[in-house]
Design a binder for this molecule. Sequence first.
Ligand code: BGC
Length: 416
Amino acid sequence: MKISKLVLSVSLALGLSAAAQAAEIEVLHWWTSGGEAKSVAELKKMLEAKGHEWKDFAVAGGGGESAMTVLKTRVVSGNPPAAAQIKGPSIQEWGDEGVLANLDVIANAEGWDKLLPVVVADVMKYEGKYVAVPVNVHRVNWMWVNPEVFNKAGATVPTTWKEFFVAADKIKAAGMIPVAHGGQPWQDATMFESVVLGVGGAEFYKQAFVALDPEALNSATMIDALKTFHKIKDYTDVGSPGRDWNLATAMVINGEAGMQFMGDWAKGEFTAAGKVAGKDYICTAAPGTAGDFTFNIDSFVMFDLQDKELQKGQNDLASTILSPAFQEIFNLNKGSIPARLNMPMDKFDDCAKLSAKDFVSTAEADTLLPSMAHGMSTFSSTQGAIFDTVTEFYNSDSITAEEAAAKLVKAVAAAK
Ligand code: BGC
């Protein structure tokens, strides 16, 4: 009796201390839509299976602008979370602040250089050292189509912008909404970059959004793209201003609207709604962009924390993120493709298979392009300047495309 009591109290004490030692890993992200929440739940589950506690730090708002604002406040006040969803050139900005943890010990032990495509690995490093771990590769230049809406309207899925307006007219005439759009700056920019790519081609896209060449930004091609972009507005509904992206996706899912221009996180919504690619919905490249791939890689950085248990938790989180099991289940839910090389794709749908194939072929053809709208091609200040100009133009009936192009040059120059 005595002994069993002792055993009980000792094991209780051990249990308690083990619980107290389990690191509470606070993870900032902006994955709050149906498909996103299902995806991030898998990460939580896997981290918890390694004995850590997941402290959710979700800041709603597609595209992550709100999340980044909240994160800055936390870091400035000296209280960063353990991990945060940060991507693209912003990783360099955070690296410059000297607040990121060096992940090279785990990266070298696990051979990340061999597990990742170079284009992905490059984004994850600051001064040659891994400071971030990639979750996925999203493709942005997609158009999501409801085939029933097209059938009812007698419209054909467009592959050029000219065909797009023909189809949109037919859907409108049949009393349905051609384009489901959420009027928020990042969504305007998402649609805009696909138009720029479709109208101008990959080289032009690079000149404009990677090189930020004033001649490209204020060119006849850009003016053409701006006009095409603005014209799409005539095919959206009055409820579009301010609408969240996933609600716009829901309009395509339920047959209220025919199309949406959105990255393949939209597929996460179709999947969460039990819809099947190629049957209930069609994924196709935005008009004129079938040979191109605008990429958007989600990744997590770890902040430099002193606590050893937290550091262990961070390493376990990083290792989990790159594990084949996580890369598969997360991306099946999220709509993206794995960032890790040589992953079996048999469980993925045709959209993901096409994306995986195009990721490789566009890299070879030099038409694999960083998404401006998703923080892959510029620093955040430049991206913000482009967003402001694009959104102002989209929402105005008095600014001409010529004026908007000239404004783009000024805004980008002022942001540098
Ligand atoms: C992120 C995606 C996310 C989307 C909408 C993008 O910037 O990369 O992971 O699903 O925003 O929130």
